[in-house]
Design a protein around this ligand. Structure first.
Ligand code: 5RP
Length: 218
C-alpha cells in the first residue's frame, strides 16, 4: 500500500467514532482531507463542524459540509487530526502544514481527540523525524530564533509562509525533547512565541495508525 492509501485507511476508520449530532473539530492536512471526503456520507447526521485552518474550511465548503467558528460552539465533542510524529504516550508533533495554533486550540477545547496517522509517523522519541514548528509574531522572529539557539537547537525560518493568524514559522531542528511536557512549556515561555507544535499538555486520546496489515489502535 502507498502512504496515501494508508492515510485514507486511517481517515476512514475514524468515522466509527463520529456519532449523531456531534460537533466535530477538523484538523488540517492530507490525511484529514481523506477524512473530510469520508465524512460527506454522514454530513446530514452530524451537528456541526469547526475547521482548524482556512485550507480545511475550503475543503469542507467543496464537500458541502457546514462549519462554524469555535466561538459559536464553545466546545467540540470530537477532534480529528493527523500528525507529523506520534509516540506511544500519545504525544505528538504537529504543524508541518502550518496550522498548529488553531489545531491546538481546537484539540484543547475537544472532549475527545482522535489522531489519524500512517505508520511512518510513529516514533519512539519525539523530534527524530520532524522539526518542531514554532509560530511567532513577525517582529519577534529573530529574537525567538536566538533564544532557541541558546537551547542548543537549530531554528530555520519557513520563508514565504504566513499562517492563518498572520504570523511566521520557525522549524526547530535538533531539539532534544527528553520531556515533551516541559519542552512544550519552555518554548511557549519565550516572548513572541504564539504556540509550538509539541502536543503534550493536550495529547491525543486515541491514535488510529494504518499499517499494511490493517489498523492498529494505540
Ligand atoms: C498540519 C498538521 C498535519 O496534521 C500534519 O502535518 C500531518 O499532515 P499530513 O496528514 O498531510 O501528513 O499538523 O498543521
Amino acid at each position: 500500500m502507498t502512504q496515501d492509501e494508508l492515510k485514507k485507511l486511517a481517515a476512514e476508520s475514524a468515522l466509527a467514532y463520529i456519532k449523531r449530532d456531534m460537533t466535530v473539530g477538523i484538523g488540517t492536512g492530507s490525511t484529514v482531507n481523506h477524512f473530510i471526503a469520508a465524512l460527506v456520507r454522514m454530513k446530514h447526521d452530524i451537528g456541526m463542524t469547526v475547521a482548524s485552518s482556512i485550507q480545511t474550511e475550503q475543503q469542507l465548503k467543496q464537500h458541502g459540509i457546514e462549519f462554524t467558528a469555535l466561538n459559536n460552539v464553545g466546545t467540540v465533542d470530537i477532534y480529528i487530526d493527523g500528525a507529523d510524529e506520534a509516540n506511544t504516550h500519545h504525544y505528538l508533533i504537529k504543524g508541518l502544514g502550518g496550522a498548529l495554533t488553531r489545531e491546538k486550540v481546537i484539540a484543547s477545547a475537544a472532549k475527545q481527540f482522535i489522531c489519524i496517522i500512517d505508520q511512518s509517523k510513529k516514533v519512539d522519541v519525539l523530534g527524530n523525524l520532524s522539526p518542531v514548528p514554532v509560530e511567532v509574531i513577525p517582529m519577534a522572529r529573530s529574537y525567538v530564533a536566538r533564544e532557541i539557539v541558546k537551547m542548543g537547537a537549530d531554528p530555520v525560518y519557513r520563508e514565504g509562509i504566513q499562517t492563518d493568524n498572520g504570523n511566521q514559522i520557525l522549524d526547530v531542528h535538533n531539539l532534544k525533547i527528553t520531556d515533551p511536557v516541559i519542552m512544550e512549556k519552555m518554548l511557549n515561555n519565550i516572548p513572541g512565541v504564539v504556540e509550538n507544535g509539541i502536543f503534550a499538555k493536550r495529547p491525543a486520546d486515541v491514535i488510529i495508525m494504518a499499517t499494511p496489515e490493517g489498523i492498529r489502535t494505540i
